[in-house]
Design a protein around this ligand. Structure first.
Ligand code: NAD
Length: 254
């Protein structure tokens, strides 16, 4: 799919990976609806992108919010060709054991944002994409999800996060198969460790150590490297139903 003149929704666009993706898409000539639960952050991204970017405040866990966002994109831009799901949380609190009295609530919240939120936006955007006009390749839309290497390699303290991202990995192939007959592709990226505000909560020495543990390049990923893979996935129509690790070959010991 050519990005120019297409309409993309980017969730979590107020920060980190989502903001970098929104920037890449706008620079490549797309109209972008930046979506975030944090209005000031999402608005800031849209304002920085200028003319063809608009912000819509939505909580991805809400069907009503998601539907309103999708309708807004249809009204303002005339359709939807792409969705990049970047909204996510990594609370980092224990969900198991005696020191985790709110473990069940925390687990449910993490799964709600990362897994249910991804699926909510995916199914709402897909319902618009399938009505759109196909390009010469028969393609109508592209959906890109954000999982994590935690889906394969979850560490102590990551039970909720890893499970939520494992769900995103698992839904990729069946949803890609289901939407294939409509010319809509679904691809998931599983990032390693990227330099974003989500990681800023970690002390610098921990981030440095994590970066040094990446085989190559021995550093944390940069959001524009994530956006670069999103660009490639959009442009390579054969890529479908796949989960792609973007992690510098990082494999973490427990
Ligand atoms: P970030 O915290 O910088 O940005 C996440 C954005 O999502 C924020 O703007 C936040 O307001 C928004 N958001 C959170 N809950 C939301 C909700 N319910 N509805 C709408 N928006 C919501 O994080 P990031 O590092 O850019 O992460 C982006 C995605 O990449 C997340 O899904 C994260 O799990 C995943 N990821 C990040 C890393 C990393 O190292 N940074 C690694 C693996 C996976």
């Amino acid at each position: 799919m050519q990005i120019r003149d297409k309409v993309f929704l980017v969730t979590g666009a107020g920060s980190g990976l989502g903001a970098a993706v929104a920037r890449m898409l706008a620079e490549a000539g797309a109209s972008v609806l930046t979506i975030d639960v944090n209005a000031s952050a999402g608005e800031k991204t849209a304002a920085e992108l200028g003319g063809k970017a608009l912000f819509f405040r939505a909580d991805v866990t809400s069907e009503a919010d998601g539907l309103a966002a999708v309708r807004h994109a249809e009204e303002m831009f005339g359709g939807i060709h792409g969705l990049v799901n970047c909204a996510g949380i990594a609370p980092g609190e224990r969900v198991i054991g005696r020191d985790a009295p709110h473990g069940l609530d925390s687990f449910a919240r993490t799964v709600a944002v990362n897994l249910l939120g991804t699926f909510n936006m995916l199914r709402l955007a897909a319902s618009v994409m399938v009505k759109g006009e196909a390009d010469t390749d028969g393609e109508r839309g592209i959906i890109i999800n954000t999982a994590s290497i935690a889906a394969f390699d979850g560490q102590i303290g990551q039970a909720a996060y890893a499970a939520s991202k494992g769900g995103v990995v698992a839904l990729t192939l069946p949803v890609a198969r289901e939407l294939a007959r409509h010319g809509v592709r679904v691809v998931t990226i599983a990032p390693g460790i990227f330099e974003t505000p989500m990681m800023a909560a970690m002390p610098q020495e921990v981030r440095d150590a994590l970066g040094a543990s990446v085989p190559f390049p021995p550093r944390l990923g940069r959001p524009d490297e994530y956006a670069g893979l999103v660009r490639h996935i959009c442009q390579n129509t054969m890529l479908n139903g796949e989960v792609i690790r973007l992690d510098g070959a990082l494999r973490m010991a427990p």
